[in-house]
Write a protein that binds this ligand. Structure first.
Ligand code: ATP
Ligand code: MG
Length: 570
């Protein structure tokens, strides 16, 4: 069987269909714009764990690099805001990108490595008369900025001389001024219809220790200033980002145009971010869930983080396939989480071995089966994969079946087990319920049954048809396990739609913990890296953190019912 985590088959995956970004890249190669080179980058800020939206950006940036000969994708930590960043995030981001199947080789960078260069570019801007030190407070700056339809007002500090600006900027760096007392601003146009061009801040004072540069700096570059220059320093050819940055593009271009940086400049291209139904995706909101204990951590299997999806049992292949499927467009929309689950089922259906597990057991005693007898029945591991082989599963006098598969007083269309009725036990015999044993509360405690001894594979009545087949586990051989059933974290499609507080829409039933579940013995050494289909129940994997040899814990990765395929009429 193919191992479910190998990403070695990555190159066998079809290249993504073309899209407007890939068309631009192809055209630029044709015209030799960047000497035929393709260098993209994935630039996360290390202020949280990566989520499925980042996976879309990763697949796009690394994908484009892979698809073009000699293409390179950099991993760049955009670590210019020390107050929110942490090495924990730097580590998790690397782990997640690698797990998704991508490799940056030697091309890992930190924007903070460019602080000195960025400082000198700022000095260059000042010397060109294109930047000035401003003493307006944050609130004053907002008031002076105006609104899209109201022109802004020029700062009274706008006409400082180059020498005065150079002196003040050097003293900002030296730590002479308090946080917020001064900023370095670009000198552009306070009447521009684009607010981002109204003398945007380039540097601010922040006396805060940085996770890499420590206390070497007390001024930090703003995103718009640091990003275009980091791209330029790394000779990025295509700087791909999400649509919100479209209005920042004139500033991106403006900064590079003023400076003596190598040409041609990188080109910023925007695409629609991924929004997924029944979840929230901003790191800020995900951090809130973690900090307020509403989930067990960034890797809670209900989280849309890469770490959460991984722990739940998603495969990198399924995520990559999902990203190819949703494609790249310029229109913001909401993607149905059912499509993500559909991609996962498609992958697991091909590769996950089938096993039997009973989650809510009820005991069945087979009265006509000898007490000491144990048969080893042959079971098919994966009907979708002929190379997956078979295994033996023990059958004996006492077995467990699902409580749901029995009804004492069945309604008309109930074809599973009921008194006097027959079902087939998967891989085994036809079973008939002859009586019901109740406890002192009057609840069904145990079923007394018989089997048709000739009805198993090879027997004279093996072909006899009954209406339902159910799964089971031999009681004497069963392994006990805890099983965690996960559902959507939120009850509405867009928990963070405008005017909503997303935390009011948390699904109180998003986690159900079942104990005393019974598993077939082949799962004794279940490796968390291996996913299984529990027949009739869904796909499961041992929890990589909590499952131990003598206290198994399984996560339900996804159920079998495919809402997406159903909606598409499959
Ligand atoms: P968040 O708002 O969740 O914090 P972010 O955009 O601030 O996300 P960054 O770490 O700055 O997070 O993002 C790194 C890269 O991932 C950026 O290029 C960004 O455009 C991209 N990205 C982030 N969220 C999404 C998304 N939902 N869909 C596609 N790409 C995304
Ligand atoms: Mg961000």
């Amino acid at each position: 069987m193919a191992t479910l985590n190998s990403s070695s088959d990555q190159n066998l995956e079809p290249a993504a269909a073309s899209d407007f970004i890939r068309d631009i890249v192809t055209e630029d190669i044709k015209t030799n714009k960047h000497g035929g080179k393709v260098i993209t980058r994935f630039p996360p800020e290390p202020n949280g764990y990566l989520h499925i939206g980042h996976a879309k950006s990763i697949c796009l940036n690394f994908g484009i690099a892979q698809e073009n000969q000699g293409g390179i994708c950099h991993l760049r930590f955009d670590d210019t805001n020390p107050t929110r960043e942490d090495v924990e995030y730097v580590d998790s981001i690397q782990e997640d990108v690698r797990w998704l199947g991508f490799d940056w080789g030697n091309n890992m960078f930190y924007a903070s490595d460019y602080f000195e260069k960025l400082y000198y570019y700022a000095v260059e801007l000042i010397k060109l008369g294109k930047a000035y030190v401003c003493d307006l407070s944050g609130e004053e700056m907002i008031a002076y900025r105006g609104a899209p339809s109201i022109p802004g007002k020029e700062s009274p500090y706008r006409n400082r001389s180059v020498d005065e600006n150079l002196d003040l900027f050097a003293r900002m760096r030296a730590g002479e001024f308090a946080d917020g007392a001064k900023t370095l601003r670009a000198l552009i146009d306070m009447t521009s219809p684009n607010i981002h061009m109204r003398d945007p801040a380039l540097y601010r004072i922040r006396k805060f220790e940085h996770h890499r540069t420590g206390n070497a700096w007390c001024i930090y570059p703003m995103y718009d200033y640091a990003h275009c220059l980091s791209d330029s320093i790394e000779r990025i050819t295509h700087s791909i980002c999400t649509l919100e940055f479209e209005v920042h593009r004139p500033l991106y271009d403006w900064i590079l145009e003023q400076l003596s940086v190598p040409r041609p400049n990188p080109r910023q291209i925007e695409f629609a971010r991924l929004n997924l139904s029944y979840t929230v995706m901003s790191k800020r909101k995900l951090l809130q869930l973690v900090q307020e204990g509403l989930v067990v951590g960034w890797d809670d299997p209900r989280m849309p983080t890469v770490a959460g999806l991984r722990r739940r049992g998603f495969t990198p292949e399924a995520i990559r396939h999902f990203c190819r499927r949703i494609g790249v467009t310029k229109f913001n929309g909401l993607t149905d989480v059912a499509l993500l689950e559909h991609s996962l089922r498609e992958d697991l259906n091909k590769r996950a071995n089938r096993v039997m597990a009973v989650l809510r057991p009820i005991k069945v005693v087979i009265e006509n089966y000898p007490e000491s007898q144990v048969e080893q029945l042959e079971a098919v591991n994966n009907p979708e994969d002929s190379t997956a082989g078979t295994r033996k599963i023990p059958f004996s006098r006492v077995i467990y079946i699902e409580q749901d598969d029995f009804m004492e007083v069945p309604p008309k269309k109930f074809f599973r087990l009921s008194p006097g009725n027959e079902v087939r036990l998967r891989y085994a015999y036809i079973l008939k319920c002859v009586s019901v044993v109740k406890n002192e509360l009057g609840q069904v405690a145990e079923l007394r049954c018989t089997i048709d001894p000739n009805s198993k594979s090879g027997g004279t009545t093996a072909g006899r048809k009954v209406k339902a087949t159910i799964h089971w586990v031999s009681a004497a051989h069963a392994l006990n396990s805890e099983v965690r059933l996960y559902d959507r974290l939120f009850t509405v499609e867009q928990p963070d739609a405008e005017g909503r507080d997303f935390k009011e829409f948390m699904n109180s039933k998003s986690l159900e913990v079942l104990t005393g579940c019974k598993l077939e013995p082949s799962l004794a050494n279940a490796n968390p890296e291996v996913r299984y289909q529990f027949e009739r129940l869904g796909y499961f994997r041992a929890d990589p953190k909590d499952s131990k040899a003598n206290s198994l814990v399984f996560n339900r990765t996804v159920t079998l019912r495919d809402a997406w395929a159903k909606e598409q009429g499959h």
